[in-house]
Design a protein around this ligand. Structure first.
Ligand SMILES: C[S@@+](CC[C@H](N)C(=O)[O-])C[C@H]1O[C@@H](n2cnc3c(N)ncnc32)[C@H](O)[C@@H]1O
Length: 298
C-alpha cells in the first residue's frame, strides 16, 4: 500500500508551478494544502515543542510582548504524503497537520504580533483565510506579507517587542545571510533556520559556476574552499558575527533531519541572542534526540 491515490501525480515540479500548493488534495476547510514528507513532520514538531516552552517561560519576561516572524510561511496546513504508508506499518502519523504559522498561533499565551511572509499570492491568501477562520481573535495581531523574504522592508517590523522568534523554512538555500543580518540588527532574537544540505549537495556544481545562491546564503564565498562536513560550522560562525551566542556547541544547536535513505536532508539550526534560549533548545533537542548522522555527509 502506497500513498494516497489522489496525490499520486503531485510531484515536486508540479507543486513548484503552483506555488508549492497541491492541486490534488483539499482539506476539510476546502482550501489548498502543501504536501510534505515525513521529514517535515519532525521539523514542525520541533517548532511546536520549542514554542510551547518559549511561550510558557517568557510570558512575564520583558512585558510578555513577543513577536513571531515566519519568513516562508506556507498556506497554514500540510498534507503528509507518507502518512498512510506509515500508518499501515502500525505507526501513527497524521495526514493533515498545521503548518508553522498555525502552530505559532496555537500557543498560549499568544504572541503580541505575528508576521507571515510568503512570496506566493495564492499561498498568502489561503493562509489569511485559514487564520481568519481558526484564529479570528488574533487576526488583528497578524501581518500578512506577500513578498520575497529577502526583500521585506525591515523598518515595518521595528517595534518595542521583547523577543522576536524567527522561523526560516525555505525550500532550499533561499534565505540570504544579509536578510538575517538586517532583521537581527539591534533586536533580541531567537532563530530556527532550515539549512537545506540537500540543495547544496545537489546543486553544488551550479553554485560554484556562476549561480551565487550559496554565496548569498552563507554571506561569504568561503564555503567553496571548505570541506562539506565543515559547511555547518562555517554557517554557525557567520551567525556568531551577528551577535548570536547560543551556538557554541554543534551538538547542542543543531537537529539534523534525515530523509528516506537516512542521509541528512536539512539541519535545523538554532541561534539566540538570549541566554535562556539555549536552555529551551536543549530541552527540545533532548525530546527529539537522534543518533549522530553527521558522519554520513560525505
Ligand atoms: C517549505 S515551504 C514553508 C512551509 C511552512 N513552514 C509550513 O510549515 O507549511 C516554503 C514556502 O516559502 C515560499 N517561498 C519560496 N520562496 C520564497 C521567498 N523568496 N520569499 C518568501 N517566501 C518564499 C513558498 O511559496 C512556500 O510556501
Amino acid at each position: 500500500m502506497g500513498r494516497r491515490p489522489e496525490c499520486e501525480q503531485c510531484e515536486p515540479e508540479d507543486r513548484k508551478n503552483e506555488g508549492y500548493l497541491c492541486e490534488k488534495v483539499k482539506a476539510a476547510d476546502g482550501l489548498k494544502v502543501r504536501c510534505i514528507h515525513e521529514g517535515s513532520v519532525l521539523k514542525l514538531n520541533v517548532l511546536r515543542y520549542y514554542l510551547k516552552i518559549f511561550c510558557g517561560a517568557m510570558k512575564n519576561q520583558l512585558g510578555g510582548q513577543h513577536c513571531f516572524i515566519d519568513l516562508f510561511s506556507g498556506p497554514g496546513l500540510c498534507h503528509n504524503k507518507d502518512a498512510e504508508f506509515i500508518n499501515n506499518q502500525d505507526e501513527k502519523s497524521e495526514i493533515f497537520l498545521p503548518g508553522s504559522a498555525l502552530i505559532a498561533l496555537d500557543q498560549t499565551p499568544a504572541f503580541a504580533k505575528y508576521v507571515f511572509v510568503d512570496i506566493n499570492k495564492d499561498t498568502s491568501d489561503i493562509l489569511y483565510k485559514r487564520c481568519k477562520k481558526q484564529f479570528h481573535h488574533l487576526i488583528d495581531r497578524i501581518e500578512f506579507v506577500n513578498e520575497d523574504a529577502n526583500a521585506v522592508t525591515i523598518g515595518r517590523f521595528q517595534d518595542n517587542f521583547g523577543i522576536t522568534v524567527v522561523f526560516i523554512d525555505p525550500n532550499g538555500l533561499d534565505i540570504q545571510f544579509d536578510t538575517i543580518y538586517r532583521l537581527s540588527k539591534q533586536r533580541s532574537m531567537d532563530l530556527i533556520i532550515n539549512f537545506s544540505i540537500l540543495d547544496l549537495k545537489r546543486n553544488e556544481d551550479n553554485y560554484r559556476q556562476g549561480n551565487d545562491k550559496a554565496d548569498l546564503f552563507f554571506g561569504t564565498n568561503k564555503w567553496r574552499n571548505t570541506q562539506k562536513r565543515e559547511w555547518l560550522k562555517l554557517y554557525r560562525s557567520q551567525l556568531k558575527l551577528l551577535g548570536f551566542r547560543a551556538i557554541e556547541n554543534e551538538d547542542e544547536c543543531v537537529i539534523t533531519v534525515p530523509g528516506k535513505s537516512n542521509a541528512p536532508i536539512y539541519h535545523l539550526i538554532y541561534a539566540s541572542k538570549n541566554k535562556r534560549g539555549l536552555d529551551f533548545w536543549r530541552k527540545t533537542k533532548k525530546k527529539f534526540l537522534q543518533p549522530d548522522i553527521m558522519d554520513r555527509i560525505q
